[in-house]
Design a protein around this ligand. Structure first.
Ligand code: 2HA
Ligand code: ZN
Length: 281
């Protein structure tokens, strides 16, 4: 007999679901990077009904929660999300206690919890930013699936010492490692400091997501979006790497840089269009 949970409903043991494993893997990885201390960070991942229903009984709602912000655009959509107050460190050993699969109700005013979030747990405190960002990214990219928020250490540090003008910030990141421009030609958006967990920060984050896939919250962390876990994590990892190089340089004298013309050559070679207003050619 296998030691995994055998359900009488005919569903495969749900923790075998690839989307649950991906969530467990990525949260563990980010925790080991030191980005997600305590309950820091949150992830949401848009799923297909067909994929969810292979592992979870979508006909059975465990409970429903009211949303403080209606998301009619997401009605009927399924997501796997991290839980509010839950630690990334613990997801891998207890996915069902720390993650949840939810479906947005037909009115867009509630979420139905279908799996996980055991013992009354709630979806991430940043659900407004996640859901509103999903709405905006789906408008510009139908393959969009993932919103990932993490307290990437070097990005946070850089928001203390660098000008927060997003064009200047983007240019510095592009200059730190040659391939940055290729990975995020759309640049990074930057919000002013806003109280986290609020609908306001959700709205402002989503507004920035209309133009780019990365939004930085000064002195707090970063939001990245994408169509796969690999590409979304890779995007954040690349921004964090550039911020790391910036911090390593610190106040020391810079003797040479990647010039704007070299960045332009790079963009042409890789067929990407740099965000306007940054390169001076
Ligand atoms: O507590 O990261 O922004 C989770 C967070 C809030
Ligand atoms: Zn945070």
């Amino acid at each position: 007999m296998s030691t995994s949970v055998i359900r009488t409903t005919g569903y495969t043991a749900s923790t075998e679901a690839p989307f649950i494993q991906e969530m467990a893997e990525i949260t563990h990885h980010m925790w080991t990077l030191g980005w997600d201390e305590l309950n820091g960070g949150n992830v949401s991942y848009l799923l297909d009904e067909e994929e969810v229903s292979k592992y979870i009984n979508v006909g059975q709602t465990l409970r429903s929660l009211d949303l403080a912000f209606p998301v009619k655009e997401l009605a009927g959509k399924y997501f796997i999300v991290t839980g509010s107050g839950k630690y990334f460190r613990n997801v891998i050993k207890d996915p069902e206690g720390n993650l949840g699969v939810v479906r947005v109700s037909a009115s867009g005013e509630q979420v139905d919890i279908l799996w996980g979030l055991r013992e009354g747990a709630r979806p991430t405190s940043e659900l407004a930013s996640h859901f509103m960002s999903h709405i905006e990214r789906l408008k510009v990219d139908p393959t969009h699936r993932i919103v990932l928020h993490t307290h990437a250490t070097n990005v946070i540090a850089m928001t203390f010492t660098h000008d927060l003008d997003e064009l200047k910030f983007t240019k510095t990141l592009w200059q730190m490692c040659t391939e940055c421009l290729v990975v995020f030609p759309d640049g990074v958006g930057i919000l002013p400091w806003i109280v986290p967990g609020s609908n306001e920060i959700g709205r402002e984050t989503a507004k920035k997501m209309q133009e780019q896939r990365v939004v930085i919250w000064p002195h707090h962390g970063i939001f990245g979006t994408g169509s796969t876990m690999d590409s979304t994590f890779g995007l954040i990892e690349t921004v964090e790497k550039a911020a790391n190089v910036y911090n390593l340089i610190g106040g020391r004298e810079i003797k040479q840089v990647i010039t704007d013309h070299q960045l332009d050559d790079l963009a042409r070679a890789f067929g990407v269009t740099p965000k306007a207003g940054i390169l001076e050619l």
